[in-house]
Design a protein around this ligand. Structure first.
Ligand SMILES: *Cc1c(COP(=O)(O)O)cnc(C)c1O
Length: 229
């Protein structure tokens, strides 16, 4: 398996190119190293290579990594769908939630948080694929209105997953729609929804996502590979 460092060099080059092409600044794009397919030691290697954000899609994987890696050695992102009954247990372990997709989840988070505010992304299913989690584009604005009352949630952005396809233009279209939606939310000027971020782009499509405005790219296989499962 190639070193994380060499993979990261490659990824940083792609990010630089995508930023140049779209007139963006590289400082505005952050890499979340998605470690769901790798061991704690490989995760540690990513942190040593300079990765500051770690993403996990399951509670068990997250807790397992945090047995080896100190809580404050990285920013921890929960990127998978979150069951309401797991909220209480997961909250102390995460800095960002990428999968806010229903009111009942927001209510539970609000109930469990007392002394800090959680940075959240609202997950949007732009493509309408049935297999994907997230709310539809039309529901984003009404959902933002509903979220206003939750003082312990800060909606820092929107998150999406592109459809599983080779059609690059379709993927680009999905990312572009999310960007347009982000601008609409920003225009609402809701106090707890600055919505300055866009979490989009994975190993196969992060270049396109950056060209379309991603501020967080969630990269697993292309960065750390797979060493478990
Ligand atoms: C697994 C996963 C990723 C990373 O996928 P790769 O294709 O391995 O880069 C990104 N986002 C979410 C929500 C994931 O579940």
């Amino acid at each position: 398996m190639k070193s994380v460092k060499s993979q990261l060099d490659q990824i940083n080059m792609t990010i630089r190119e995508a930023c140049e092409k779209s007139g963006r600044s590289v400082e505005d794009v952050k890499i979340i190293g998605v470690t769901k397919y790798v061991s704690p030691s490989r995760t540690k290697e990513a942190i040593d290579a300079g990765i500051k954000h770690i993403g996990e899609n399951r509670m068990e994987g997250l807790l397992h990594k945090q047995e080896t890696i100190l809580r404050d050695q990285a920013k921890w992102h929960f990127i998978g769908s979150l069951q309401t009954r797991k909220v209480k247990e997961v909250l102390p372990h995460i800095d960002y939630l990428h999968s806010l997709d229903r009111l009942s989840l927001a209510k539970e988070i609000e109930k469990r948080l007392t002394d800090h505010v959680l940075d959240c992304f609202v997950q949007v299913n732009v493509s309408g694929e049935e297999s994907k989690h997230g709310i539809s584009l039309e529901d984003v604005i009404p959902f933002m209105h509903e979220l206003k009352e939750f003082k312990h949630l800060r909606i820092i952005g929107l998150m999406t997953m592109a459809p599983f396809t080779d059609d690059q233009e379709l993927i680009r279209h999905v990312f572009r729609r999310l960007k347009e939606c982000q601008l609409e939310v920003q225009n609402m000027k809701i106090e707890n929804a600055p919505c300055t971020e866009l979490s989009m782009g994975m190993s196969n499509d992060y270049r396109i996502a950056i060209e379309e405005g991603a501020t967080f790219v969630r990269i697993g296989t292309a960065l750390v590979g797979k060493d478990i499962e």
